[in-house]
Design a protein around this ligand. Sequence first.
Ligand code: ATP
Ligand code: MG
Length: 503
Amino acid sequence: MKEELNILIQAQYPLIYLVTSEEERAEQSIFTIAQASKPQRRVFVWTVTHGIVEYGQPRNVTQHNTVSPEAAIEWIIRQREPGIFILKDLHPFIDAPATTRSLRDAIASFKGTQKNIILMSPMQQVPIELEKEVVVLDFSLPDMGELNKVLTNHLDRNRGRRLTTEAREKLLRAALGLTKDEAEKVYRKAQVTTGRLTEDEVDIVLSEKKQLIRRNGILEYIEEDETIDAVGGLEELKKWLKQRSNAFTERAREYGLPQPKGMLILGVPGCGKSLIAKTTSRLWGLPLLRLDMGRVYDGSMVGRSEANLRNALKTAESISPAILFIDELDKSFAGSAGSGDSDGGTSSRIFGSFLTWMQEKKSPVFVMATANRVERLPGEFLRKGRFDEIFFVDLPTPEERQDIFTIHLSKRRGDISRFDLGQLSKMSDGFSGAEIEQAIVAAMYEAFAQDREFTQLDIIAALKATLPLSRTMQEQVTALRDWARQRARPAAASVAEYQRMEF
Ligand SMILES: Nc1ncnc2c1ncn2[C@@H]1O[C@H](COP(=O)(O)OP(=O)(O)OP(=O)(O)O)[C@@H](O)[C@H]1O
Ligand SMILES: [Mg+2]
């Protein structure tokens, strides 16, 4: 990223938009680039509070009369020496006709000079007039090298112990995804908690990171206790996932395998889609980050939603390899499928940026999405090549239901030999995994209220008292099956069973 910025500056790009919330770190990078440039360049920083101040000078050494954006840009145009001019947080003013116009004047006047303007702001907002002239760059989060400096500084200041290479790497990896300030903060916190910072404090760093990520509100760190064995049936899907357990290792790259991109799990409600997505994290030993699309949308300001998505994806990339879990994709992108332009096109823009990201991402972020209403999904998602595979999770087959009963009964009782699983499976035709679990819980409540142990008959009574979703929503389920039969891969092992349903 720094390299890219350097190239843009040397190549005389007049207007660069740097999206970042880490002003200090970004300014330092720019200053380093300016010093290394031939000829060296001076760096000036504009803020609405102080006007133009040269980088490194006290704030009161301000250039006369440069507080207003137009006056500042005028001043920049008048400069003859090579320079880099950083305008911080111009975004609230950038739509004003005078600001846009003076930026265009500046661009025109920069031809043949060694001057660049860098717009630095935590959110991207570019008026149409400038779209063709500006290059947008995301200032990436600190990499291992930069975090290493943070850690070294911290240890020096606290006369910390020398670390082995492995311990150091673990501490650095644990802080990936944080800004420089945040990393400093978590190292400090770990130090204060136990009085030192060694390999043993990695867990503290990790849990602090989880909290920080949670606070940003759009990504959520999920920890799942269940393993993939808690999912009954879906053998094909499980096999596919198990085959890819080591897909993100160096060894897989050396072998010549491509990095898996992602998968979409379609299916009937309550059949284990979310469950399997969550347990994959443990199977693969990768962190699971849930992207809450509902929170990406923010109508308070133009560009806010895009900035949210961009930040979330950036964080996910910096924590990678990781699994990015988007539950109920159909609800997230509903707006962009239909005719609806009710939100001023925000959802289709968000959808567009997400697709572009998926297409171009090189970082090992595996997208795991679930959905149950295909007709609400924009067609682009379903095109071949977008996801590595689209799986269809149907209602469980009789054998799968037996599996699910075994799993949920074993979770609650040590000995389940008194249950006739074959009969339970027969009695629960049309039930989803979630409904089977519910029936067991209902049976337990019933028996518990009567102060006795629950039995086979209690479960049968509970099953009989339930009208499963597959019957109340029969049309929807049939439509989904029809669609999936041609386009998705069945998640269940028994393909014969699956094909039987064609009739
Ligand atoms: N195949 C299964 N094996 C074991 N348990 C299951 C299975 N399917 C569902 N369950 C139980 O039902 C619960 C709900 O399932 P889950 O949330 O994974 O369904 P879903 O397919 O994501 O449904 P929705 O489409 O409504 O989001 C699970 O937490 C689990 O306890
Ligand atoms: Mg779900």
